[in-house]
Write a protein that binds this ligand. Sequence first.
Ligand code: FMN
Ligand code: SF4
Ligand code: SF4
Length: 361
Amino acid sequence: MENAFQNLLIYYLSGTGNALTACRWMVEDAAAKGINAQMVPIDRTKYPEIPALKGKTLIGFCFPTHGFGIPWYMLKFIWRFPKVKNSKVFISNTRAGSKLSKVFLPGISGWAQWIPFLILLLKGYGIRGLLPIDMPSNWISVHPGYKAKVVDSMFKRNHLIVSDFISKLLNNKRQYNYMVFAALPLDLALAPIMIGYQMYGRFLFAKMFIATDKCNACGLCVDKCPVKAIRMYGSKPYWTLNCESCMRCISICPEKAVQTSHLMATLIIIVSTMLPVYFLIFDLFGKFSSNIFNTLDFFLEWGYKILLYSMVYFLVYLFLKFKPISYLFEYTSLTRYWRGYRAPGVSAKDYYKEQNKKPKV
Ligand SMILES: Cc1cc2nc3c(=O)[nH]c(=O)nc-3n(C[C@H](O)[C@H](O)[C@H](O)COP(=O)(O)O)c2cc1C
Ligand code: SF4
Ligand code: SF4
C-alpha cells in the first residue's frame, strides 16, 4: 500500500530525553515504512528551517509539558513556524507519568497542547493528531527521579502507544487520544496556574540552579543548554532568566555539580514577598497619580519581583566562591540527596552544541 505521506519531519525540544526518545520511536517506525523521516532539535535556534520536500509531509511538534503549559521556547518556535504547503501537523507533549504499584498514572497537560493547537489552526494547518505521552517525570527539583525498573516499564508501554499513534497517522487516520478530551475541563481550569508558572514560577525555578564546588568549569552545561541560558563568569556557571528548567544541565553534568538549591528558592521567596520597597514606591506614586499608575501597577509589580529574583541570585552567586557558603547551599539542596533523571539511552552527545542538524531531504 502506498504511504499517505512521503515525509515525516518532527521538530522537538527535550530536556532529559523523553521527547527525544518518543521522536526516535516515530522516526524509526516511519523509516521502516520507507518514509523520509527526520527529527530536528530546535535547540539554540530561533527560526525554523524548512527543507524543500517532495510529496506530502507530516510535521510533528514534540516537547515536554512545563507548568501545565508549553515551554516558552517551543511556543515561540511554533509561533514563528510558517505555513508549509502540502503538509499536515500533529502535536505531542511528553508529561509526568507515574506508576503506583502496577497502575500507570497520567501526567497533566493543562494548556500544553491547546495553545499550539490554536496557533497552528489559525495558521491554517490541518491537525491530524494530539498525543500526550506519559513518560517518567523529570521534575527533580520537586521530587526524586524514579527507579530504573519503573522507568523501563513506562518506556516499554509508551513505545507501543507511540508506535500505534504514528502508524495510524501515517496511514492517513486522525488520532485524537480520548484522554485529551476527557481531561479538557481540568486542563482549562488550570489556566491560572499555567499563567502563574509562566509569569513567576519559571523564573523562580531558573534561579534555583547553582554549580557547587565539584564544578571543574568544563563548560559542558553551557554548550549543551538548548536555550543558551548559562553564562560562564570566571570559572562558575551562572543561570540566567532564559533558563526553561528543562533539567538537561543537571542531568548531564559529569561531576554532578549542578543542583537546584532549595535554600536559594526560600531566600528568593522571602525577599520578594517581604521586602516592602515596592509598596513604598507604590504609595509614593499613588499619591501623585492614579489612573495611569493603576493600569501599570500589575506589570510594575511583576517586573519588580523578577528583578528581586535576579538580585538575590546574583548576591548568592558572588558568595558561592567561599567554601562554607558553597557547602551550605549544596547540602541544603534536595537534589543532592535524591535520584536524578535522564532517559535511558540518552547522553550528552545526543544534544548538539550548535544547531547543526539540518533536515535531510
Ligand atoms: C519545570 C518542569 C515543569 C513540569 N510541569 C509538568 C506539568 O505541568 N505536567 C506534567 O504532566 N509534567 C510536567 N513536568 C514533567 C515533564 O513534562 C516530563 O517529565 C517530560 O516527559 C520531560 O520530557 P523531556 O525529558 O523531553 O524534557 C514538568 C517538568 C519540569 C522540569
Ligand atoms: S557541566 Fe558541571 S562541571 Fe562542567 S561547567 Fe557545568 S557545572 Fe561545571
Ligand atoms: S540552564 Fe539547564 S535547565 Fe535551564 S534551559 Fe539550560 S539546560 Fe535546561
